[in-house]
Design a binder for this molecule. Structure first.
Ligand code: NAD
Length: 476
């Protein structure tokens, strides 16, 4: 069920002289060969995207919306096939892959609606003049999506670009190409004009440096690590090109003394292991009031240790492998370092199984502030649980990292909630839930977690430029 892998340029599928293997992270077996774009492919994609922009930016918002909705419908109809490909290439449980396909379709459906709401405004002007503000598509978008959500991450970028009237060249993750490829197929079948959406793969640094330097590229949209985001922002700044950066997170979870301890602990342990912890909003640093610390930790550790790990194609599996072999030494090093600093490894802490890139569900307790994991995003199935004496201490610890993407709290006290809203430095704060974003809510970070928002009424802002018009009836 895994698709034939191709580049998609100017409305046509193509191979390349070079290719690379795509590997199932649960079995380490090769499941496909991915073509790597050459310079000539990138030149073709740039030309196609320029022409695509000329066509698409002049297409009416309703026609754009209709095309996006047709593609979203096809994605829903193809849910089973797409979910299966995602589980093969990424490893996540099939039921999570199915939900991801629907979430991707929902992102498109939301953006389609927003295509018709890119309102400008009229500013009161002197007699004989009119002042008006217009939002117009920014131009060709060069986008880079990561491997943790092979379908919904590309959907964010493609939806924003196409709804705004931009064309896009997407370099999706080489580890997980099928999600983006299924999206391109759906848009081709939905009648999107050639060149509006182009999909390439290859050597990430080679592609990004070439595309970002091109004068027709007007926005760089990236989701991934802060360090790569900084690098791409530097490249873009040389050409005064705009950036939309969704970068790392290291989400705090503040558990107050009034919280329902059992429910918060179970929900935390389940949510932490979702996608094997490879989520930028993954709840990682649990700061638990000392009065409930023991009870919370015991319940959390028991549920984390009971997580069913295995191949995502097995119905019972709750957590699959990590997405690539790079994760295992990184996670092992974070655990070893925390242990050396004095942390208590209450469960897990090592690679799991004989083959595949699995890591045990891991809970570290009483982790000193100088351990690397207190500053570095693990991007894996590792939770930290530390006691705190007060809300002041919890908020200070929550804010003590350079990241500010998602933050969570469990409490029903109105005075605590007011303070959390005012003082926790994040782009997305969730209280009594570990869900962080929906298509209709704006998602993005503060501090080193990035610039710009995806989704919500703000979701097209980065894809558009503002033009102010002064129309004088007489020549002044
Ligand atoms: P990485 O930093 O090497 O790569 C992250 C992503 O950026 C990948 O998709 C990669 O293909 C891409 N990339 C890397 N260099 C690039 C370049 N020069 N130009 C364009 N794209 C480039 O890390 P990794 O080992 O793949 O992933 C681990 C880290 O990445 C994690 O610690 C996490 O912080 C981050 N990450 C974040 C998200 C997210 O949703 N914010 C998603 C995936 C990975």
């Amino acid at each position: 069920m895994y698709p034939d892998l191709n580049l998609f340029i100017d409305g046509a599928w193509r191979k390349s002289k070079r290719d690379m293997p795509v590997v199932n992270p649960a079995t380490e077996e090769e499941i496909g060969r991915l073509p790597c774009a050459e310079r000539s492919d990138l030149d073709d994609a740039l030309l196609a995207a320029e022409e695509g922009f000329n066509i698409w930016s002049r297409t009416s918002p309703r026609e754009r919306a209709d095309t996006i909705l047709r593609a979203a419908k096809l994605l829903r109809e193809r849910q089973e096939e797409i979910a299966h490909s995602i589980t093969l290439e990424h490893g996540k449980p099939l039921k999570q892959a199915r939900l991801e396909v629907i979430r991707g379709a929902e992102f498109f459906e939301w953006d389609a609606g927003e295509a018709m709401r890119t309102y400008g405004r009229v500013i009161p002007a002197p007699q004989g003049s009119k002042f008006s503000v217009h939002h117009q598509p920014i131009g060709v978008v060069s986008a880079f999506s990561p491997w943790n959500f092979p379908m919904s991450q590309p959907a964010r970028k493609i939806g924003g670009a196409l709804a705004s009237g931009c064309s896009i060249i997407l370099k999706a993750a080489e580890e997980t190409p099928a999600g983006a490829l299924h999206i391109a197929r759906a848009f081709q079948d939905a009648g999107l004009p050639d060149g509006v959406l182009n999909l390439v793969f290859g050597e990430p640094a080679e592609i990004s440096s070439y595309l970002i330097a091109h004068e027709s590229v007007r926005l760089v949209a990236f989701t991934g690590s802060t360090i790569v985001g900084q690098h791409l922002t530097n490249l873009a700044s040389k050409h005064m090109t705009s950036v939309l950066m969704e970068l790392g997170g290291h989400a705090p979870v503040i558990v107050c003394e009034d919280a329902d301890v059992q429910k918060a602990a179970i929900s935390g342990a389940i949510r932490k292991m979702r996608n094997a912890g490879q989520v930028c909003t993954s709840p990682t640093r649990f700061f638990v009031h000392e009065q409930i610390f023991e009870e919370f930790t015991e319940a959390f550790v028991a549920r984390a240790a009971a997580t069913v790990v295995g191949n995502g194609l097995d119905d019972a599996t709750e957590m699959g492998p990590t997405a690539n072999p790079r994760r295992i030494p990184t996670l092992t090093d974070l655990v070893d370092d925390a242990r050396a600093c004095g942390a208590d490894v209450r469960t897990g802490g090592a690679q799991w199984g004989e083959s595949g890139y699995f890591f045990e569900p891991t809970v570290l307790v009483n982790v000193p502030d100088n351990a690397k994991i207190m500053q570095e995003e693990p991007f894996g199935p590792i939770a930290v649980i530390n006691p705190v004496a007060s809300l002041d201490e919890a908020i200070a610890k929550a804010n003590s990292v350079p990241y500010g993407l998602a933050g969570y709290a469990f409490t029903n006290r109105a005075d605590y909630i007011d303070r959390l809203i005012d003082e926790v430095e994040v782009g997305n704060l969730s209280i009594n839930t570990l869900e962080a974003s929906m298509p209709e809510t704006p998602f993005g970070g503060v501090k080193s977690s990035g610039y710009g928002r995806e989704g919500g009424a703000e979701g097209l802002d980065n894809y558009m430029v503002i033009k102010n018009v002064w129309h004088s009836r007489e020549i002044a």
